[in-house]
Design a binder for this molecule. Structure first.
Ligand SMILES: Cc1cc2nc3c(=O)[nH]c(=O)nc-3n(C[C@H](O)[C@H](O)[C@H](O)COP(=O)(O)OP(=O)(O)OC[C@H]3O[C@@H](n4cnc5c(N)ncnc54)[C@H](O)[C@@H]3O)c2cc1C
Length: 111
């Protein structure tokens, strides 16, 4: 059977991928020059940025499995993000782990 998929966002791309894995013929139509939909990126010089911010948690096991299945696991980096704010002249770094404990109960400061 031939399939036509309208939209090359995450859903359309995944549906096309699974259908083609199942030996089906798929034609995917995307109106934008770049696939990805809401999760697409754009390039500034040699840096790729997201159109909208996204995050991936270790508990997002389905997404992680798909990344592995696509052979991209070596490009997945688990970093420790910091929330930074300013109080007068001092920069205040709030570690993620600290945020987990009752917001701001342990705040590290730098000069
Ligand atoms: C600010 C923000 C933050 C988010 N953060 C997260 C996150 O952290 N984690 C998470 O899991 N999700 C997050 N999401 C949600 C996630 O981005 C979407 O759920 C997902 O990208 C939706 O994919 P989709 O394929 O269903 O739809 P879309 O991404 O909307 O894709 C639809 C595609 O169809 C195309 N299209 C539409 N009409 C036509 C047409 N007539 N002809 C051809 N092409 C057409 C569009 O151009 C688009 O590329 C976030 C979303 C936003 C806005």
């Amino acid at each position: 059977m031939d399939y036509a998929i309208l939209g090359g966002g995450a859903l359309g791309l995944m549906a096309a991928y699974r259908l083609s894995q199942a030996g089906q013929s798929v034609m995917l139509f995307e109106q934008e020059p770049l696939a990805g939909g809401l999760a697409a990126g754009f390039r500034i010089d040699d840096i790729w940025l997201e159109k909208f911010y996204h995050h991936l948690f270790r508990s997002d096991t389905t997404a992680i499995r798909i990344i592995e299945e696509l052979g991209l696991a070596d490009r997945l980096a688990w970093i420790r993000p910091r929330t930074v704010s300013r109080k007068k002249t001092r920069r205040i770094l709030i570690e993620t782990a600290q945020l987990r404990k009752a917001l701001g109960s342990r705040v590290a400061t730098t000069p």
